[in-house]
Each structure stands twice: as structure tokens, then as C-alpha cells.
Design a protein around this ligand. Structure first.
Ligand SMILES: *[C@@H]1O[C@H](CO)[C@@H](O)[C@H](O)[C@H]1NC(C)=O
Ligand SMILES: *[C@@H]1O[C@H](CO)[C@@H](O)[C@H](O)[C@H]1NC(C)=O
Ligand SMILES: *[C@@H]1O[C@H](CO)[C@@H](O)[C@H](O)[C@H]1NC(C)=O
Ligand SMILES: *[C@@H]1O[C@H](CO)[C@@H](O)[C@H](O)[C@H]1NC(C)=O
Ligand SMILES: *[C@@H]1O[C@H](CO)[C@@H](O)[C@H](O)[C@H]1NC(C)=O
Ligand SMILES: *[C@@H]1O[C@H](CO)[C@@H](O)[C@H](O)[C@H]1NC(C)=O
Ligand SMILES: *[C@@H]1O[C@H](CO)[C@@H](O)[C@H](O)[C@H]1NC(C)=O
Ligand SMILES: *[C@@H]1O[C@H](CO)[C@@H](O)[C@H](O)[C@H]1NC(C)=O
Ligand SMILES: *[C@@H]1O[C@H](CO)[C@@H](O)[C@H](O)[C@H]1NC(C)=O
Ligand SMILES: *[C@@H]1O[C@H](CO)[C@@H](O)[C@H](O)[C@H]1NC(C)=O
Length: 540
């Protein structure tokens, strides 16, 4: 109602000159999305450089607050869409005035129903008409799954597909013309959503960027649940303290594995080459300080080994060595991993009292068997996706503390085998970049900024930005050869660039040689780590 009045008032001055188009603000305020099964919550104009009010954001998603300032004038639309008589998704569409003709959907994280506002701001700044949804429930817990399989169905894939269908309709109606190309950008659960979309809805996107994907989801849930019974409670005897992990154990991991790549820089370029032996940390010759007892040595070995059934069949790949300093926040913290706990309680066992400290491989088998709505996401064939000329860019950090990058290597090999293709053949539509020294989706000692989210200081160019890269690949046929990552001083762009490194596509490996200068390392930083030049690495 108010919008209509506003529209009339704002339109009055232009009545005399029919040529003058209604302003973008007017267009926005008068826009009425007429999508099926949905109720419109808000339609509002957001001027460039202002922040978006997130009044209704769930407290576990960060609560009410403000988004980052948006990069250009845009129209914000929020609606609820029914997906069954007991489920609905909350969708936001951000439609920029200076539209580049492209549609984009953003992903989610963990088991959460939190809209990725940072990615909405990032992608609309570059002209995409972008949507984000709560994936079918609000907040970060899994309680909404309890005795409601429709909420699980939304989470497994229906919410994203519905968001894309409705989001494209809204986009095309709003601008009065169809979008040209369609993209996806997500990390973690978002990475799984991206690969899952290529598998199940191969025509939804022309280009997908899937970061640190939560692939083989049922087994990922089990892998994450498996740490707590191994580490024990934080107050139990012999519990390995967080500082022991981040100092003593991490130092020993680096001692054994950092220089396999030829550079002592705190970055294990290829975690698959690191065969860590925890025995070297065992107390001996009467030493009791700065060492581990034999039980602790076994804990470390278990934590850094693949999760397997008693018969040796691998359930999930081993943790990334080198991620110790970050894994202490959750997986090594001596408490239950909440996502896994909720999944077992509310989805697998229908039992809110299920005790996560008793997790065994029997639970892993139950999770894998349940596979609700085929949420697994471990495709061995993406022929249909490829046949529509669509492209998939996968990246994964090598020091990921939440989803091991070794699992993404396992998936790549699985896909290669399933499609009976060589890596060169897969390169025609799927490329996987291993980002050395990147933590879970961001952070870490490596050149971890690759345009995966809003990043000041990273050029929006195909050679250094995954979003620009997928667009260039889809629209111009320029497939990315490498992605040049940027490491900022203290991970803060305003403090300047620390170093850059080009990341190779799997299975190529970055090898160090002083190619550019006989001198080799360009400097040693404040922590005595060698800083190498981007030219001194080559993919071979
Ligand atoms: C937006 O903010 C930037 C940086 O603060 C400034 O350079 C620019 O002029 C502002 N644009 C508008 C339209 O206010
Ligand atoms: C999620 O939150 C939005 C915004 O407050 C609300 O409109 C919607 O009804 C909520 N959805 C559910 C399933 O509670
Ligand atoms: C509306 O939702 C119902 C399920 O609640 C579904 O069967 C129907 O197809 C939906 N209508 C449209 C036009 O999507
Ligand atoms: C919801 O729909 C299902 C069938 O899809 C039906 O069995 C059930 O009774 C309905 N529930 C309500 C509350 O209408
Ligand atoms: C250890 O912590 C758990 C849960 O935090 C608590 O229930 C238990 O009482 C604690 N045990 C001791 C010995 O403090
Ligand atoms: C380590 O654990 C202690 C509690 O045992 C906590 O106070 C501290 O904040 C933790 N440090 C880090 C870096 O996580
Ligand atoms: C190992 O055990 C798992 C779980 O019981 C089973 O699914 C799998 O088929 C077994 N593998 C072999 C090689 O027997
Ligand atoms: C796999 O590819 C190779 C080489 O192209 C071919 O010789 C072989 O027949 C293929 N195998 C299957 C099972 O399609
Ligand atoms: C993907 O499709 C292209 C044709 O567009 C084809 O040349 C290529 O062999 C396909 N790749 C695989 C791995 O099937
Ligand atoms: C980044 O560096 C600038 C300049 O030193 C400083 O003002 C700012 O607070 C830093 N930001 C963060 C998040 O630390």
C-alpha cells in the first residue's frame, strides 16, 4: 500500500515526459513479485553505499544487524515460499540497478539456515542479480529436521532448486528480459549444494563455483562425529590441550612436512604427501615435559588417519595435517560436534537423547544407509551437466580444519573413474584447484584470497578470482589454468600484500625452484618463514 502511494508521488514529475523512464527506485518500490505459493515479506530500495538492515535474522545466524555496505543501488525482495504443507523457504533476491544480465545463487554453511549476506553484497556489487535462501529452516541447529522430512528434503536440495526457479522468474520479470547466464557461488555446505546441483539439476547453472565441498555428506557427518570419542571430554585425564595442538604438535607436523615442497614457510603445499608420524612426540628417556604419553600419541595418530570400518573400508579421508591451530576450535575441542550431533539426533535416529560420546562405526553405517533424499553428493557421472556446456570450478584449502581437502581429491578420482576420463578430459568441464595453506573457505598461512567471497584488494580478474574465472570460462571459453591467490599482511588488505602464489589445478603440483632469480627466497618474515616469489613456482 505504502509502496503504491510512494510510486505515484515519485512518478508525478515525470508524467509530462513519457520518454523519461521511471527511476530505478520507483521501479523497485512498485514491484510486485507474483510467484506461486509465496508470500512477499518486503520489497525495498537500497541505495549504494548503505548497509542492509537484517532485522529478522535468527539470533544463531548473528541476530539483527547490518550487512556490509552494498556496492550499487539495488532492489531487495524477501519472500517465503511454501515447499509443502509443513515446510517453506525464506528467499532474498537482490537486484542491482546496473545489472550485468547474469543470475547467481549463493550457498549455505554447516547444517544452518543462514542467508549468506556477504556473498549477496559481493556478487551484486559486480552486477549479478543474486539470491540467497535459508535452505528451508532458520538458525544454525538441526532441530527443525525433527519429525519433519520436508525440512530435510529442502535442506538436501529442494530449497536451492526452488530458489533458482523462483529467483530466475523474479529476475526476468523485474528487468523485463531474461537473464543470459546463471551461476552458483558457495563454500562448505554451499560447495556440496553446488556439486549436488550439477548432479541433480544439471540445467540450473551454466557455471558453478564449489569451495571446500561437503561431499559424501553422510560420511562427512560421521567423520566429524568421530573426533569427540577419540579426544575425550576437555576435562578428561590426558586430554590434549589446545595449546599442545597449536604449538608442539603443529611444530612437529611442520618439521616433518613443511619442507617437502622445498620452502620453509608454514605451508604444506600438498597434504597428501605428508605422512606424519606422531611417535616422534612420545616422552622417552625420563622426559615428561614437551612430549606426549603413549595414549596421546595414539590419539594424534587416530585424529590424523582416515576413518575406516573394522574391515579396513575407508569411510572418510584423513584430516589435513597442518590445520591443528584451527581445528582446536571445534573438532579437537573435546566436545561434541554440534552439526553431527543434531543430524544423528533429529534425522538419523529420531532421538533427541542420542549420546554423541558413544559414536562408533555402526552409527556411520546407519547414516550412510539412511542417506535421506540422496543427500550423499558423491557423483561419479556428470555427463548431463557437461552436455549442456556447463562448467564446474572446485577449490579446496589444503589446511582446512573442518572438511579435509583429501576427500575432494578422493571425489575427483571417483568422478574420473566413473566417467572413464583422463584428467585432461575432465578439464573440459570440471577443474579442481588445491589452495595450499588455506583454512576452511578462508584464512590460513597460504595465499588464501581467491575471490571466494567479498574481498577488498583481490582484483576481479579471471586469473586471481574464482568468480571472474567461472564467468570467463562459461562465456568466453577461457578455462582457468591457475588461480593466483593473495596473502595479505595479517590477512588484512589495508596492510598490504604479503605474497602471492599461483594454485594449480589437480592433479598438477606446484613445484618450487628459484626459476626467476638465482637468489631463491625473496625474504624471511617476522616468524622466520621463507617468503618466495610467485614466479618461483610452476605447475608440473
Ligand atoms: C561510496 O563510498 C565510496 C568510498 O567510501 C566513495 O568513494 C563513493 O564516492 C561513494 N559513492 C556514493 C555514490 O556515495
Ligand atoms: C524464517 O525467518 C523468516 C524471517 O523472519 C520468516 O519469515 C520465516 O517464516 C521463518 N521460517 C521458518 C520456517 O520459521
Ligand atoms: C504449490 O505447492 C504445492 C505443494 O504445497 C505444489 O504441489 C504445487 O505444485 C505448487 N505450485 C506451484 C505453481 O509451484
Ligand atoms: C500434508 O500433506 C500430506 C500429504 O502430502 C498429508 O498426508 C497430511 O495429512 C497433510 N498435513 C496437513 C497438516 O494438512
Ligand atoms: C567434565 O565436563 C562435563 C561436561 O562439560 C561435566 O558433565 C563433568 O561433570 C565434568 N567432569 C569433571 C570431573 O569435572
Ligand atoms: C584453549 O582452551 C582454553 C580452555 O581450556 C580456553 O580458555 C582458550 O581460549 C583456548 N584457546 C584457544 C586458542 O582456543
Ligand atoms: C566393510 O564393512 C562395511 C560396514 O559394515 C560394509 O559396508 C563394507 O561392505 C565392508 N567392506 C568389505 C570389503 O567387506
Ligand atoms: C575407457 O576409455 C578407454 C580409452 O578411451 C577405452 O579404451 C575403454 O574401452 C573405456 N572403458 C569403458 C568401460 O568404457
Ligand atoms: C564434455 O563435453 C565435451 C563436448 O562439449 C566433450 O568434448 C568432452 O569430451 C566431454 N567431457 C567428458 C569428460 O566427457
Ligand atoms: C586493518 O588494517 C588497518 C590499517 O592498519 C586497520 O586500521 C584496521 O583496523 C585493520 N582491520 C582489522 C580487521 O584488523
Amino acid at each position: 500500500m505504502i509502496y503504491h502511494l510512494l510510486f505515484l508521488l515519485l512518478c508525478l514529475p515525470s508524467l509530462g515526459s513519457p520518454v523519461a523512464a521511471a527511476s530505478f527506485r520507483d521501479l523497485c518500490n512498485s514491484f510486485q513479485p507474483s510467484t506461486p505459493n509465496s508470500t512477499v515479506e518486503l520489497v525495498e530500495f537500497i541505495p549504494r553505499n548503505t548497509s542492509v538492515d537484517l532485522n529478522y535474522r535468527d539470533v544463531t545466524c548473528g541476530g539483527p544487524g547490518k550487512s556490509a555496505p552494498v556496492g550499487q543501488d539495488l532492489c531487495r525482495i524477501a519472500l517465503n515460499i511454501k515447499t509443502s504443507n509443513r515446510s517453506k523457504i525464506h528467499l532474498e533476491a537482490w537486484l542491482p540497478e546496473d545489472w550485468n544480465g547474469r543470475f547467481l545463487a549463493t550457498g549455505n554453511g554447516g547444517i544452518s539456515g543462514c542467508i549468506d549476506y556477504a556473498s549477496l553484497a559481493y556478487t551484486t556489487e559486480h552486477g549479478f542479480a543474486a539470491v540467497g535462501s535459508n535452505n528451508g529452516h532458520n538458525g544454525t541447529t538441526g532441530k527443525a529436521f525433527y519429525r519433519n522430512l520436508d525440512v530435510v528434503a529442502d535442506f538436501a536440495g529442494r530449497a536451492l532448486h526452488t530458489s533458482v526457479t523462483i529467483g530466475k522468474q523474479i529476475t526476468n520479470t523485474f528487468y523485463g528480459k531474461p537473464h543470459q547466464k546463471s551461476y552458483f557461488l558457495g563454500c562448505s555446505q554451499g560447495g556440496r549444494q553446488g556439486v549436488g546441483s550439477a548432479e541433480k539439476y544439471p540445467t540450473d547453472f551454466d557455471g558453478i563455483v564449489a569451495g571446500a565441498p561437503a561431499l559424501d555428506f553422510n560420511n562427512l557427518i560421521s567423520w566429524r562425529a568421530s573426533f569427540y570419542p577419540v579426544t575425550g571430554l576437555a576435562n578428561s585425564t590426558g586430554f590434549i590441550k589446545n595449546t599442545t595442538w597449536s604449538d608442539m604438535i603443529h611444530d612437529e607436523v611442520l618439521k616433518q612436512c613443511d619442507t617437502i615442497d622445498g620452502v620453509k614457510d608454514g605451508i604444506i603445499e600438498y597434504p597428501d604427501l605428508c605422512k606424519f608420524r606422531s611417535e616422534t612426540l612420545q616422552c622417552k628417556n625420563g622426559r615428561t615435559e614437551d612430549c606426549l604419553d603413549s595414549l596421546q600419541v595414539q590419539v594424534v595418530r587416530k585424529v590424523l588417519s582416515p576413518l575406516a570400518y573394522e574391515n579396513g573400508t575407508i569411510i572418510y579421508s584423513a584430516m589435513n595435517p597442518g590445520s591443528e591451530g584451527r581445528a582446536i576450535d571445534r573438532l579437537y575441542a573435546g566436545k561434541s560436534f554440534s552439526d553431527s550431533q543434531d543430524w544423528f539426533r533429529y534425522v538419523i535416529y529420531d532421538d533427541p537423547d542420542w549420546d554423541p560420546s558413544g559414536f562408533t562405526t555402526k552409527d556411520a553405517a546407519a547414516s550412510e544407509l539412511a542417506n535421506p533424499f540422496d543427500i550423499r553428493t558423491f557423483p561419479s557421472d556428470l555427463t548431463t551437466f557437461n552436455s549442456t556446456q556447463s562448467k564446474l570450478l572446485v577449490y579446496h584449502g589444503g589446511q582446512d580444519q573442518q572438511i579435509t581437502s583429501l576427500n575432494t581429491e578422493r571425489w575427483y578420482e571417483h568422478l574420473k573413474h566413473g566417467m572413464n576420463a583422463t584428467a585432461t578430459e575432465l578439464d573440459s568441464f570440471t577443474r579442481f584447484f588445491r589452495i595450499s595453506g588455506m583454512g576452511h573457505c578462508s584464512g590460513g598461512p597460504g595465499a588464501n584470497m581467491v575471490g571466494q567471497s567479498n574481498q577488498k584488494g583481490v582484483p576481479y580478474e579471471p586469473q586471481s578470482n574464482v568468480l571472474a574465472a567461472i564467468v570467463d570460462w562459461v562465456e568466453n571459453g577461457n578455462a582457468p589454468q591457475t588461480i593466483e591467490g593473495t596473502k595479505f599482511v595479517n590477512d588484512n588488505a589495508t596492510e598490504g600484500i604479503h605474497f602471492k602464489r599461483k594454485h594449480c589445478r589437480y592433479p598438477l603440483r606446484n613445484t618450487y625452484k628459484p626459476y626467476s632469480s638465482a637468489a631463491g627466497f625473496i625474504s624471511v618474515d617476522s616468524k622466520e618463514r621463507q617468503v618466495s616469489s610467485v614466479e618461483d613456482w610452476k605447475c608440473v
